[in-house]
Design a protein around this ligand. Structure first.
Ligand SMILES: [Mn+2]
Length: 394
């Protein structure tokens, strides 16, 4: 008999699907949130006998780590398979297998590692349909799909959230067993199209609710959202690249997620500050008192960030005429190139900071003044006033 305890996201549930492909009725599978795994492990250790335990896509707390090692030493069968940076220390155990990057330097997923394990131990034979499925899950989980423009991976995750876990398992098992290739059927394609439109509208709305706050040394964008965390974090991150990361709050669930699009930021370190964990690009934690104070209480009064004007023809970024920004307190900021450098004028007074490129100058004013690219009308008015002023001076 086998038992699998796995995460309740696409990567974790896909481990369950593979386990059922391999062991059929001889495996019992339980999906867990990061928080509930430890109770399951305790229950297992106290109640189950002669069962081979797999733990995938999650890792246990220190107490259970020690208990599992004890269990293993006394002959218990056990294998933990994970790909999270924060779990790397489990490699010191014979029953731990944690790989973040494979030999070719590609980010791994729990499903890919577990598939490899099942093939190696001949619990499962490789098939084209399963290969394709496992790769889609990996690309989604590692966010590699975006670089590769692999929409199918994102759609697989959308489908996962559209149906119950049981239904997803059942449909995928059947599809992987009886087809040469992995595909979505016509009905799924249709609802996935509708879902895509819905996500787009949701993100557009959330974009108007994002507030900015400096937490420690880093600039965070803070937003409340219960769903589509990854899509939201990614889109908002791109929209506001001056922010180091996006913090997504789920008050009802007392959870928060962290996402970043920047290579120099590791949000698992941010999450660790609040006793959470995860990946460099995506992490999360339970909302403790400190997180609540910093991200909820102290941001409640803040106004959302204003979006840059999008339909301008004249007031454009990196323009040789300069780029005009406005702030909530009606200050005018102007970024202009002077010889080799980019400088900022605030209400016509030049700031002493100089920047080697436009992007850095913009980051400075977005971080310090939360300014946005003004509309063309404001820009034209500003230039006209400048001309008048100069004429008067002459
Ligand atoms: Mn995973």
């Amino acid at each position: 008999m086998y038992k699998l305890l796995s995460h309740n996201d696409l990567d974790g549930v896909s481990c369950g699907i593979l386990a059922k492909l391999a062991f059929g009725n001889n495996v019992r599978v339980r999906y867990n949130s990061i928080g509930s795994l430890n109770k399951e492990v305790e229950w297992f250790l106290e109640n189950e006998k002669d069962v081979f335990l797999f733990i995938t896509d999650l890792s246990v707390n220190e107490k259970n780590e020690n208990r599992l090692e004890e269990y293993y030493k006394q002959g218990g069968k056990l294998q933990l398979i994970d790909h999270h940076q924060t779990a790397l220390s489990f490699n010191k155990y014979e029953w731990g297998h944690v790989t973040v990057e494979d030999e070719e330097g590609r980010l791994t997923s729990a499903t890919a590692l577990f598939y490899e394990y099942l093939l190696k131990h001949k619990f499962l034979e490789s098939s084209e349909a399963v290969n394709e499925f496992v790769e889609l899950v990996r690309q989604y989980d590692t966010w590699e799909w975006e670089k590769n423009n692999n929409e199918k991976a994102q759609r697989l995750n959308s489908l996962f959230f559209l149906v119950s876990i049981e239904e997803f398992e059942e449909v995928m098992l059947e599809r992987l067993q009886s087809n040469e290739h992995f595909f979505f059927d016509e009905f799924e394609e249709k609802i996935l199209d509708m879902e895509e439109d819905k996500i787009e509208r949701y993100i557009r709305r959330k974009r108007r609710e994002l507030v900015q706050r400096k937490v420690g040394e880093l600039y965070a964008g803070v937003v409340y959202a219960e769903s589509y965390h990854s899509e939201l974090g990614n889109q908002l991150g791109k929209e506001y690249p001056h922010l180091d990361y996006i913090a997504i709050l789920n008050i009802g669930g007392r959870r928060m997620g962290f996402r970043t699009i920047h290579d120099h930021i590791d949000v698992s370190e941010v999450a660790a500050r609040f006793d959470g964990g995860g990946h460099a690009k995506a992490a999360g934690c339970t909302m403790n008192d400190l997180a609540f104070r910093l991200f909820v209480e102290e941001t409640f009064e803040l106004d959302p960030l204003h979006e840059d004007a999008k339909r301008n023809r004249f007031n454009l970024k990196e323009s040789s005429f300069g780029t005009l920004y406005k702030t909530k307190s009606d200050d005018i900021l102007f970024i202009i190139q002077v010889e080799e450098n980019w400088v900022i004028e605030k209400d016509n007074v030049r700031l002493e900071q100089q920047f080697s490129n436009f992007r850095q100058a913009e980051m400075y004013i977005k971080r310090n003044f939360q300014a946005w690219v003004a509309k063309d009308e404001v820009f034209v008015q500003y230039l006209m006033n400048e001309v008048k002023k100069r004429k008067r001076e002459e």
